[in-house]
Ligand binder design. Structure first.
Ligand SMILES: NC(=O)c1ccc[n+]([C@@H]2O[C@H](COP(=O)([O-])OP(=O)(O)OC[C@H]3O[C@@H](n4cnc5c(N)ncnc54)[C@H](O)[C@@H]3O)[C@@H](O)[C@H]2O)c1
Length: 265
């Protein structure tokens, strides 16, 4: 059965701009009741809240300034969502950074921040405050979470970590205890500000590594396209499933083989 977006409430991390902001718009276009944009970037967050309320009607969007690596701050964003909208049905664990030059911080945001979101979403808020029998968590990984990329070993490792979270929290055991479905989106290059950073790679030794992924980077896609595909995943992608979105094409499902098939008889 299709999960109805109409009258649901979503919390989106990294919602001030880029993919998260476009995902908010795509959900609101389908009749979402309200959205909380959670982001560390206050300027863009305030602007995003204002824009969404202008387009979709007053009181549809709430911006909460928050660093997702700080559990207490992140929990406050959930509490403010419940106070304003009285329910929570969809969580997008979407915020992420791509700067291997500051790799401990990158691990903090992409792994610790995403784990904070899963714990708060699965165990404390979506399980209790979903308005129907099912809630959904969509986690933004990357094609770098399914295979290696020479320019960003650490970024890739953080995105592989998200695949581990989705395969584990997306098990039947957790669905039965929480009623929360978990899906993963793995986009390839998107036209956003993610890579506008001076700390892009670990060191000058990585110079020239972009050549190895030239074709993928050239097929950069619009965030609106990826956001539209994410809406379809929220509607009916199976629990624990992983979806690739690249080159502006429709999403396709990726699956990890069972390790037993590699066993020699
Ligand atoms: N742009 C790409 O090519 C691409 C490809 C694959 C996956 N992704 C993933 O998509 C997601 C969204 O990125 P984007 O491309 O929209 O980039 P973006 O930089 O436009 O948006 C990321 C948002 O996350 C926020 N953020 C960063 N650290 C935070 C923190 N500690 N707490 C709260 N918010 C924080 C930023 O302020 C920003 O608004 C990321 O997880 C990224 O890894 C991006």
């Amino acid at each position: 059965m299709v999960f109805e977006i109409r009258n649901k409430v979503a919390l989106i991390t990294g919602g001030a701009k880029g993919l998260g902001y476009n995902f908010a718009k795509a959900l609101l276009s389908k009749g979402l009741k309200g959205v909380t944009l959670v982001d560390i970037n206050e300027n863009d967050g305030i602007l995003a809240e204002k824009e969404l309320n202008e387009i979709y009607g007053n009181d549809k969007a709430l911006f909460v300034k928050c660093d997702i690596t700080n559990y207490a701050e992140f929990e406050e964003a959930f509490q403010r969502t419940i106070k304003k909208f009285h329910q929570l049905d969809i969580l997008a664990n979407n915020a992420g950074v791509g700067f291997d030059g500051i790799w401990r911080k990158e691990i903090d945001v992409n792994i610790i921040g995403t784990i904070n979101g899963f714990i708060l979403g699965m165990d404390h808020y979506l399980n209790k405050y979903k308005s129907t029998n099912e809630g959904v968590i969509i986690a933004t990984s990357s094609t770098a979470g399914l295979g290696g990329y020479a320019p960003w070993p650490v970024y890739s490792a953080t995105k592989f970590a998200i695949t581990g979270m989705v395969k584990s929290w997306g098990c039947q055991f957790h669905y039965q205890r929480t009623g929360v479905r978990v899906v993963e989106v793995c986009p390839c290059a998107i036209a956003t500000d993610l890579l506008n950073t001076d700390a892009f790679s670990l060191s000058p030794l990585y110079e020239g590594s972009m050549e190895t992924i030239k074709n993928e980077v050239e097929q950069v896609q619009k965030p609106e396209h990826v956001a539209g595909e994410m809406v379809k995943m929220v509607e009916d992608a199976p629990n624990g499933s992983i979806w690739v979105v690249e080159a502006g094409e429709p999403a396709f499902e990726f699956s990890l083989p069972k390790r037993e098939i590699f066993k020699k008889e």
